[in-house]
Design a protein around this ligand. Structure first.
Ligand code: AMP
Ligand code: MN
Ligand code: MN
Ligand code: MN
Length: 273
């Protein structure tokens, strides 16, 4: 069992890196990647626990990126976490996140939510702030009843806490990952609000820009989606990856290491690992 997309509290997951690694081991995972948003800071702790638990840890990171003016997520796997080019890029995103959090808090303040920045920070274990922290805070404050409605009513587009994303362009992000010796994989390809034609165009474009693979299997993939994605991946020469995108939220019905099998063993990303 292989699971190549997971979060800890170094970004918007609930568990510590050690706890996520232990859970992966208990769930029967043999190869496991920690892929926090725009940071590799949880990897050192995860590696220690992976050594204790005798599980293969793949060093990863999920990097936000712009493609065609939209935010997409590119997972870097098997990276050298100490690579200066990668770290300089991630630092850029960490700085943008701080600025964005302040802007989000100002927007929410205008909508009557007092002290949004401090309250969101209080929910974070590190200084990495994601929209998930703001969402949790708005649910906790009773402003919204669940995460889904928070994102719809507050944290997107022209809504009070919506801030235009200016992450690095996809080709830059791919270059950071390559500089660190990693492989670049498009995360959850069917979760962007795009038509099928547009997703295919994106896959082709990213593949030409050096992307190595795409997540063919994610947590809730149906058999039809898996068949479709593996076909589209093959058409543009992308390898197949799989990951649950586990965050550990209580209401997220996602388990580590409980993914469906990839349909074609010859096309898996980890062939050489
Ligand atoms: P950020 O990278 O700070 O913009 O936060 C994005 C994160 O918010 C994603 O990785 C998801 O974990 C979470 N997220 C985005 N949209 C939703 C949604 N509609 N419902 C719940 N969580 C979401
Ligand atoms: Mn997330
Ligand atoms: Mn993502
Ligand atoms: Mn993720």
């Amino acid at each position: 069992m292989i699971d190549l997309h997971n979060h800890s509290y170094y970004s918007d997951g609930v568990l510590s890196p050690s706890a996520v690694v232990r859970l992966a081991k208990e769930s029967g995972c043999e190869v496991f990647a920690l892929t926090d948003h725009d940071t590799t800071d949880g990897l050192a702790e995860a590696q220690q626990e992976a050594d204790n638990q005798q599980i293969q840890l793949i060093h990863g990171v999920e990097v936000s990126a712009m493609w065609s003016n939209m935010t997409v997520h590119i997972v870097g796997l098997n990276i050298d976490k100490d690579n200066p080019t990668l770290q300089a890029g991630l630092k850029q995103h960490q700085d943008f996140r701080k600025l964005r959090a302040e802007k989000m808090a100002r927007g929410l303040g205008g909508a009557g939510v007092i002290g949004a920045l401090e309250k969101a920070k209080a929910l974070a274990k590190t200084d990495m702030l994601t929209r998930t922290h703001f969402a949790q805070m708005l649910v906790q404050e009773g402003v919204c009843k669940d995460m889904k409605s928070v994102f719809r009513r507050f944290l997107t587009g022209k809504k009070p806490g919506g801030v235009g994303g200016k992450w690095a362009e996809f080709d830059e992000v791919i270059a950071w990952i390559k500089a660190a010796g990693g492989v670049a994989v498009l995360a959850h390809p069917l979760r962007y609000r795009m038509t099928n034609t547009k997703v295919q165009r994106m896959l082709s474009h990213l593949s030409n820009a050096g992307l190595d693979g795409v997540e063919v299997v994610t947590a809730h993939s149906t058999d039809e989606e898996i068949t479709l994605m593996s076909k589209w991946a093959d058409e543009v020469g992308l390898l197949h990856s799989c990951g649950s995108d586990y965050h550990g939220w209580h209401n997220q019905r996602v388990k580590i290491g409980a993914l469906k099998d990839l349909p074609n063993a010859d096309r898996v990303l980890w062939g050489e690992w």
